[in-house]
Design a protein around this ligand. Structure first.
Ligand SMILES: Cc1cc2nc3c(=O)[nH]c(=O)nc-3n(C[C@H](O)[C@H](O)[C@H](O)COP(=O)(O)O)c2cc1C
Length: 388
């Protein structure tokens, strides 16, 4: 398992650790079981030390490296100080923080449970778990004297390769803001229809909205408007129309259609189940973003100026570990749904994105071969570059 590597420079308040990066292991453990996390840490020579949460203020351990396993729930953790990136961690994720690296909890689900561990005493100085909150100590942090651990605490199923070689290096430039490769996000952004009702921090929704509002739009006129809906009564009122559209149109259509390209009967059946699930639980997603346009006469051109923003938001949600689905089914009862949403005259909705922490795992998208849908120069002529 290859971890994501995050480096942080001294920001003047938090020393961070110019020598060692933080490591993020996604889905390293089965979720929900703190004992498995403890066993993993112990097996790798990092004795587990506590079960608890993460402080909501910036803090760091001046003389101890620390491993945190998210055993249950989700948490947004800012690393590296006030300008550092925010990671969205879910049950099963493990993060390894070298001494000096700042971290704070920006918001968590009610069931958050974190297991903490430290490397053997030789990797610490006298106080094994000293916590320090800002202001930083007047003398340089003891991170510089804290030896590198020789084993990662979180590499299940892999040989415990020495970390030292991979960890050495001097921080240059800004910390990595996003931990995930863009192509990984593109190929792994699926309709995530089974969502937990747990709250999502506003800060993450704001990041998603900022990603949306960075999209291309005709003439940069920015006629898009985004309605964030958390009010259960409003969501329920729309869900009734969404369900009726399923009962009358979408359900029968699903039941009568063949699997699409790149899918199988079994996969399509599962998709149908997920679609039904979302139909029943639409309103339980903790946050909706309703993508709208202030445009009197909606047309194909209008849609082209809002769907790039919608796609940006889906990708941003994926990058933050949040599940979302592009939905338009409410438009089968457009007038009724838009009345329930309280949209003023001249404003129309183009998509509702239910957003929340996913119940299941993100998987790769299933699509047909590119060569079946791409032609070179003349319609119907294959492009050899795509063969094979
Ligand atoms: C224009 C559009 C409308 C969609 N409307 C809905 C919807 O109302 N409900 C829903 O569950 N999924 C909806 N989807 C999601 C698609 O069903 C989904 O992207 C497709 O099945 C592929 O699944 P995947 O992205 O998980 O691979 C919509 C997608 C698009 C692009």
């Amino acid at each position: 398992m290859t971890p994501e590597v995050l480096r942080f420079a001294d920001d003047g308040r938090i020393p961070n650790n110019p020598r060692l990066p933080a490591l993020l292991y996604r889905a390293a453990l089965p979720p929900g079981d703190p004992a498995t996390a403890e066993a993993l840490f112990a097996r790798n020579g990092w004795p587990p030390a506590w079960r608890n949460g993460i402080h909501p203020f910036h803090h760091y351990h001046p003389n101890a490296h620390e491993a945190l396993a998210i055993a249950r729930g989700q948490v947004s953790v800012q690393l590296g100080g006030a300008a550092g990136p925010t990671l969205s961690l879910a049950a099963g994720d493990v993060v390894v923080l070298p001494a000096g690296v700042g971290h704070r909890n920006l918001g968590a689900s009610a069931d958050l449970l974190v297991v903490g561990a430290y490397p053997p005493a030789r990797c610490r100085s006298s106080s094994p778990a000293a916590r320090s909150s800002t202001p930083r100590p007047s003398r340089p942090s003891t991170w510089s004297r804290t030896p590198s651990p020789t084993r990662s605490p979180a590499a299940p199923g892999l040989p415990n390769r020495p970390l030292r070689g991979r960890l050495l290096g001097v921080t240059r430039g800004r910390p990595m803001a996003e931990p995930t490769d863009i192509f990984e996000i593109l190929h792994g952004t699926r309709a995530m229809r089974r969502l937990k009702p747990d709250p999502v921090p506003d800060e993450l929704i704001a990041r998603i909205l900022r990603a949306g509002a960075s999209a291309a739009n005709g003439g940069n006129t920015q006629k898009w408007r985004f309605l964030v809906v958390k009010d259960m009564a409003i969501k329920q009122a729309v869900q009734r129309w969404y369900r009726r559209a399923f009962d009358e149109v979408v359900g029968p259509r699903y039941a009568a259609s063949a699997p699409p390209p790149g899918s199988t009967a079994e996969r399509y059946h599962r998709q149908h189940g997920a679609v039904e699930y979302l139909t029943e639980h639409f309103h339980e997603a903790p946050v909706w973003i309703v993508a709208c346009l202030e445009e009197a006469k909606p047309s194909r051109w209008s849609g082209a100026s809002v769907y790039p923003a919608v796609q940006n938001m889906l990708l941003a949600a994926r990058a933050l570990g949040l599940g979302a689905t592009l939905t338009t089914r409410h438009l089968l009862f457009e007038a009724e749904s838009e009345a329930a949403l309280g949209l003023p005259p001249g404003v129309h909705s183009y998509a509702i994105l239910p957003i929340g922490w996913p119940m299941g795992k993100f998987g790769p998208v299933g699509r047909g071969p590119l060569r079946d849908i791409t032609y070179l120069d003349r319609w119907g002529e294959n492009w050899d570059a795509l063969e094979g």
